[in-house]
Every structure is written in C-alpha cells, then in structure tokens.
Design a protein around this ligand. Structure first.
Ligand code: AR6
Length: 172
C-alpha cells in the first residue's frame, strides 16, 4: 500500500489520528509550545500517566493515551536543545523521530502526526530539522508496512513553506 505523506499548517491537537507526537522535555511533565497545547486539550489524566513514566532521555520516546484529544495516543519525544550543531544534535533529532516510528510500529499504528520537534523553544533551525524529519519518514515507510499516513504539522505559514520546499527538493 502506498503511504500518504501530508504537510499541513494547523494545530496538531485537532487531528484524529492514531498518534500525535509531542515535542516534550526530559521530565515529561508538560511545558509550553506544542507540549502545553497537547496537555491542555488532553486534560489532567495525561499528566498523571506521564508522571508514572519517570521521564525520557533526549532522542528517545514514550507512548501514552490521548485522553480528551481526538488522537488515540500521544508519543512523547524529547529532541535536542540546539547549541551549534556540533554537539550531536542531528543524531539526537534523528533518533527522536526514529523512536517515534518504532513505537508506532510496536503498537501497530497506521497514522501519525509530527510537529517540528526541537524547532521551537529548543531552537533547532527548521531548514535543517526538516531534512531529518522527512528523511526519517522515508526510512520508516521502507521499514513498516502497516503505515498508511504520516502528517507533518506546522504552526506558522513560514514553517509550512520551509516544509513544502524541502519536500519538493527531497522528492517526498
Ligand atoms: N500544533 C502544531 N505545532 C505547534 C503547536 C501546535 N498546537 N504549538 C507549537 N507548535 P516547541 P521544542 C510548533 O517549542 O522546540 C516545551 O516547553 C512550534 O511553532 O513546542 O521541541 C517542552 O516542554 C514549533 O515549530 O518544542 C520543552 O521544554 C514546534 O511546534 C520544549 O518546549 C516545536 O516547538 C521543547 O521545545
């Protein structure tokens, strides 16, 4: 089956998919940005489940329920804080995306939506992070037969343009 990759502008918390990805921090106890938005819509039970996980390493991910979100699950991943690109940031970001797809596979999830992990508060330049995001999707498609839909969700028009340009450049 051919996989649909969608690049859309909007609010990830509104999507009815098997899983939305949260750009979380090591505590998994919430924060600002997309993390704050997800917890706000999901409700306090999400925080309770997250607290029991006792954190997550950078470059790793954890799955929870979606509670009041339209999405069935949330996959919380922790991307790297951008320093200068020479402190392992590309490998850690690739690992974060890779782990999200791996966990989705372990739960037989068919549709997954990603925000631009690390490219908000954590400062990862989007022109660089988008290449890692799209490459990880290509790799996952070749590995996981059950995948049907991968959505990249941008909050701003500027970010959406960066994603669209990268997708056409990379042939995604
Ligand atoms: N839907 C889609 N994208 C969004 C939404 C939304 N509702 N809200 C923000 N974005 P960020 P990070 C975009 O800062 O850089 C938190 O406090 C946003 O415009 O959410 O990985 C965590 O607790 C940006 O392009 O995540 C951590 O402490 C992208 O999502 C820290 O921020 C990611 O921005 C993680 O920082």
């Amino acid at each position: 089956m051919s996989v649909i990759i969608q690049i859309i502008q909007g609010d990830i918390t509104a999507l009815s998919v098997d899983a939305i990805v949260n750009a979380a921090n090591n505590t998994l106890l919430g924060g600002g940005g997309v993390d704050g938005a997800i917890h706000l819509v999901a409700g306090p039970e999400l925080l309770q489940e997250c607290a029991a996980l006792q954190g997550c390493d950078t470059g790793d991910a954890r799955i929870t329920g979606g509670y009041k979100l339209p999405a069935k699950h949330v996959i919380h991943t922790v991307g790297p804080v951008w320093q200068d690109g020479r402190h392992g940031e590309p490998d850690l970001l690739a690992s974060a995306y890779h782990r999200c797809f791996e966990i989705a596979h372990q739960h037989n999830l068919k549709s997954i939506a990603f925000p631009a992990v690390s490219s908000g508060v954590y400062g990862y330049p989007m022109r660089e992070s988008v290449v890692i995001a799209l490459s990880s999707a290509k790799e996952a498609i070749s590995m996981y037969q059950e995948l049907e839909r991968i959505i990249f969700v941008q909050f701003s028009e500027a970010a959406q343009q960066i994603y669209l340009e990268a997708a056409s450049r990379l042939g995604v």
